[in-house]
Design a protein around this ligand. Structure first.
Ligand code: ATP
Length: 136
């Protein structure tokens, strides 16, 4: 049973699944305008998320998810993250992320006019985020 006042609900939702529904003591994310740490009783807030690991503490244990942009809402001791993609370390296919990283790096190195540089940079960032979280 969650201890009243010391925890809050964290939900991470993607178009495919509810990736996480857990009572947590702390959440840390990187929003587009900076790092954000959330403790119980945080004021209401909506923030756009960067492609970056989301860290949380549940039962005193620090864990992470790879989160690929999206939004975070804090309201009434609930934190909801709605994101195109989020993965737990065990669900990350490292070979797939390595391949995505290489593809993006090759595109960026090619300096071809056909390359959408921003798209390749964002794909690279998603792959690096997954490879980082997969090490947990
Ligand atoms: P790829 O080029 O390998 O498809 P991507 O960054 O373009 O990678 P996304 O569009 O971010 O992939 O994600 C599409 C779906 O695939 C999401 O459900 C996401 O969780 C999942 N996914 C993407 N890469 C991985 C991975 N390395 N391991 C596990 N799931 C992944």
């Amino acid at each position: 049973m969650a201890e009243q006042g010391k925890t809050f609900r964290l939900e991470v939702i993607t178009p495919d699944a509810a990736v996480l529904q857990e009572d947590v003591e702390f959440v840390a994310v990187r929003a587009l305008d900076g790092e954000l740490g959330i403790m119980p009783g945080h004021a209401p807030l909506i923030a756009s998320l960067d492609i970056w690991p989301l860290a949380y503490e549940a039962g005193g244990k620090r864990q992470r998810l790879a989160v690929s942009s999206g939004f975070l809402e804090v309201n009434n001791n609930n934190v909801t993250v709605v994101t195109p993609a989020a993965e737990k370390p065990a669900d990350i296919d490292v070979h797939r992320a390595e391949a995505a990283k290489k593809r993006a790096e090759d595109r960026l190195k090619s300096h071809s006019e056909d390359i959408d540089v921003e798209r390749a940079e964002v794909a690279l960032k998603r792959a690096l985020c997954r490879l980082d979280v997969a090490q947990d």
